[in-house]
Design a protein around this ligand. Structure first.
Ligand code: BES
Ligand code: MN
Ligand code: MN
Length: 462
């Protein structure tokens, strides 16, 4: 049977298997889900075995396990290493979901008239990683796998891939390959395919501001003792100036300058700012002076407060001057900035701006480096040709604003380049309530991947 026909015949089953995968709540951040994360690894393993992979193994780490598998048909042929993640973000706030985050349902939307799967992880990244297993199954079943393939599907991407670097180091031989193929990013639109050519880095920090040694009556002490929440709010606000530039000394020192030509090029990508505002129900966009929205969300570094808490947040009013306030702050970094350096600069600066009336503790979380992927490589060309074939349009190169810290590490540890051939949409609400993934996107991915294999093998053997 021909591959296209095989994929068509087994469409329903592919979808049902993905729905089963989405039913397991593999939230890596929350220890309460540890068993479910392990169960998900087993599911991925069983699915790879059923697809016909060899050496399928759930590899334990000091955190969540990594699923490895391969199919070596001829050692003289190129080897593609497929990377993905089976862990997902927490579903909170659960009350904002229209249906259960782990009870996948299919609904039509304006953007996805053929229907979309609503569930945590549908797009990021279970749905996208699963396309690779199904494409592989199809190629094997129809005797059309043109090269060797290895799979590395991890369970800690959403918590910073903390144990993956060690795993790569310990398994250099087993993971040796010619390139890494990742579907964990987005395209511009379903009628505008694109290939991600850059990712931002990340520095993630938690801060604690400590005022008086105990909660106080806000009438008896208010006005005379520093309120840590007020102080924290002021400190955070001061981290950006009126042009929305970050005020941490040295923050921009290492930022790689993008040429005017490159900027002009990226701003040609289809982007409707009115639609953007309407979709998000915002009166206006916001950001660093001198840059467009596309640039602000890709080639420029940022600083955002991800969460802030302290004091009384229950029903009604309680007059209290709280003893402590907390915040989680992330900085998105661009090529050439170092996550460790930025974390250190932040720490020094944040401690230095604290008034004597409070104490400040800065706790660094995970980080990661930015990445840029070149376009003059056989792997990029193969992705280009594959998307051109299945979308009937030339894909555009696009920088992504998110982070996949392991991409920089792959290059460093394994010495290989990555291709970011994702199929999601930025409007798919990843990390948000009602995350979804279009059926069109799911099937388009499965259809495109085998072309990637074919073109890559052809280009490499030239
Ligand atoms: N798949 C995303 C990254 C992504 C999404 C890149 C869309 C480009 C476009 C990934 O799962 C993710 O969410 N990464 C985290 C970083 C991690 C260290 C927690 C992120 O970007 O916040
Ligand atoms: Mn992801
Ligand atoms: Mn994610």
């Amino acid at each position: 049977m021909a591959l296209q026909q095989y994929l068509e015949t087994h469409k329903e089953r592919f979808l049902n298997e993905l729905l089963d995968l989405l039913r397991i709540p593999s939230v890596s951040a929350d220890p309460a889900f540890k068993n479910d994360v392990a169960k998900t690894a087993e599911f991925v393993k069983d699915n790879l075995i059923a697809a016909g992979a060899d050496n399928v193994e759930v590899c334990p780490t000091n955190g969540h396990p990594i699923v490895y598998a391969d199919k070596i048909i001829d050692p003289t042929l190129p080897t593609i290493l497929v990377y993905g993640h089976y862990d997902v973000q927490p579903a909170d706030p659960i009350e904002l979901w229209d249906s259960g985050p782990f009870d996948p349902i299919i609904k039509k939307t304006d953007v996805h008239p053929d229907g979309a799967i609503f569930a945590r992880g549908a797009c990021d990244d279970k749905g996208q990683a699963f396309m690779h297993i199904k494409a592989f199954e199809g190629m094997l079943a129809t005797d059309s796998l043109p090269c060797n393939v290895k799979f590395m599907i991890e369970g800690e991407e959403e918590v910073g891939s903390v144990h993956l670097g060690q795993f790569c180091n310990d398994n250099k031989e087993r993971l040796s390959c010619d390139m890494i193929l990742v579907s964990d990013t987005s395209i511009i639109a379903n009628d505008t395919p694109s290939i991600t050519v850059g990712l931002r880095g990340l520095s993630y920090i938690e801060v604690e501001v400590i005022g008086p040694n105990r909660d106080l009556h806000s009438g008896v002490y208010g006005g005379a003792v520093a309120n840590p929440i007020n102080v924290l709010a002021k400190m955070i606000a001061s981290l950006q100036d009126e042009d929305n530039k970050i005020t941490i000394p040295g923050f921009y020192d290492d930022v790689a300058i993008v040429t005017d030509q490159e900027r002009a090029e990226m701003n040609k990508a289809p982007f409707d700012i009115e639609h953007y505002k309407k979709d998000l129900v915002i009166g206006d966009v916001h950001g660093e002076k001198g840059y467009t929205t596309i640039e602000r969300a890709s080639i420029r570094p940022t600083l955002d407060c991800n969460g802030i808490w302290g004091g009384y947040i229950g029903e009604g009013a309680k007059t209290v001057l709280p003893s402590k306030a907390f915040a989680k702050i992330s900085m998105r970094l661009v090529p050439n900035q170092s996550s460790d350096v930025i974390t250190e600069l932040f720490k020094k600066h944040f401690e230095s701006i604290a008034p004597d009336s409070v104490q400040v503790i800065v706790r660094p979380h995970h980080g990661g480096e930015a990445a840029v992927t070149p376009t003059d490589t056989p792997e990029y060309q193969a992705a280009y040709k594959a998307m051109q074939k299945t979308y009937g349009k030339n894909p555009l190169p696009a920088r992504g604003g998110g982070s996949i810290p392991i991409v920089a590490l792959f290059e460093k540890v394994l010495g290989v380049k990555t291709v970011l051939m994702g199929f999601g949409l930025n409007s798919d609400d990843i990390h948000s309530p009602n995350e979804h993934y279009g059926l069109f996107n799911f099937y388009k991915g499965i259809e495109t991947i085998p072309y990637f294999y074919k073109y890559y093998t052809e280009l490499k053997s030239k």
